[in-house]
Design a protein around this ligand. Sequence first.
Ligand code: FUL
Length: 507
Amino acid sequence: MKKLFLYASALALTMALPGTVMAQGLTMTNEVLPNPENEPRPVFPVPTARQIAWNQTEFYGFFHYGMNTYTGLEWGNGNEAETRFAPTAAPNPRQWLEAIKAAGMRGGIAVVKHHDGFCLWPTATTTHNVTNSGNEFGRNTNIPRDFAAAAKDLGMKYGFYISPWDRNSAYWGTKGADGFYTSDYAEKVFLPQCAEIAKYGNDQFEMWFDGATGASGYYGGANENRTIDNATRYYDIPNLRDSIHNACPHIIMWGVGGEARWIGNEAGWAGETCWSYGNGTSGDENAWQWFPGESDAKATTAGWFWHEGESVKSAETLFKMYLETVGRNATLILNFPPDKSGSLPQADVDELKKLGDMLRARLGTDFARLEGTTITANVTRSNGATRTYNASNMIDGDSTTYWAAPDENNTASFTITLPEVKTIHYVALQEYIHLGQRIKGFEIEISTDGTTWTKKGTNTMTTVGYKRIIPLNGSTSNYGDGFSAKYVRINITDSKACPTLHTVSVF
Ligand code: FUL
């Protein structure tokens, strides 16, 4: 009776929907879904909403401060006496954030526990924390509390680096009688620590989830070598990520967390070809998971932590890093280590100000947004019920409106006409990545009269993604004298599907 009923209802469905196919008891349909806005179909993979918001942070600071600042180590062993943490003044995260804000950074990530396990806030999970430190400044330190409060006050995004590898904890890397790793560390230490931190602010934008897999350490006095074979399995990442998202809905879990990737070097550059999926400097055009790149780099000459005698890299060097990361579809997290006083050295603060001035002077005035600038495209998708796909959407300053080509066009060309001849240095493009990263090749031509055109840019103008900034002289290290132009033409020569762009800028 039951069988007969199922058969009858399947038959009814088959007759009701044109193009319906029956296979092994499953009903599949090739019915075309309504698309009143005539939006292009997405090219998968596509980012989550929190990944898009994370990408918009673009350029942010990194602050390595803690026990190592006082021992001179880069990786503490985990057995350092808590009293060695003795700041010479009250640590001042607000000063860190003000300094990077002056450089145009939109947020920061503070280390609150490094591999040595010393916690920079009063925690119930271990005695290896600030409450047992060497002086009053140390005992009153609470970096997550003060960092989150200052960031909110300054209108900046914030996040934390809580090292998963903990060379102090007795629980880290332990195995049960059955020979399998236990979940003790994640349950008794790591997750409770994340929950404690979330009390200082649950709108964190990123958690740095380092992939270190162990080595020798103190481990609660065991003083032995401990390693884990697979960080994703050991930390039970899918479940851990869920728990962390429940506590902090906007967090992108970087690295082993699986939501943003390491760019593959610590020198501040991404590949000119850079997909937001796959791994390493260039990603992989055929990968299946959205995994955008973040480049972590040191702004100073020694380690991640502060060391006597180090100096800060020049604004010009840091600007080059910016162009080779933010300008190549990656984000840039730039490290500035606070010194023993718990503040950034004045030389770092001064260089950050110079960098900010340089960024504003070189990339602060978009000629494409000038009154009187026009833009035309050789192909434009037809309007939807409320959306248009006009070329003018690329210069309206609104990242939610975009230009798109019709489905049949994987190549296209558009021209920006400035109100008058300008000296220009850079062109920036931004894809509407909600619908996936699509562009695979493009050219830039400039002209003063609209008749004679010259090709400009670098040798590898392939991917665009969230943002691509092209130096028209082909150099990321030499600003140069610029080029005179009234017309800028972009030819998209290859794309996975009809291209979409929400912004084009000319600087
Ligand atoms: C690495 C760590 O081992 C370094 O000490 C530093 O924190 C760097 C940013 O990440 O994996």
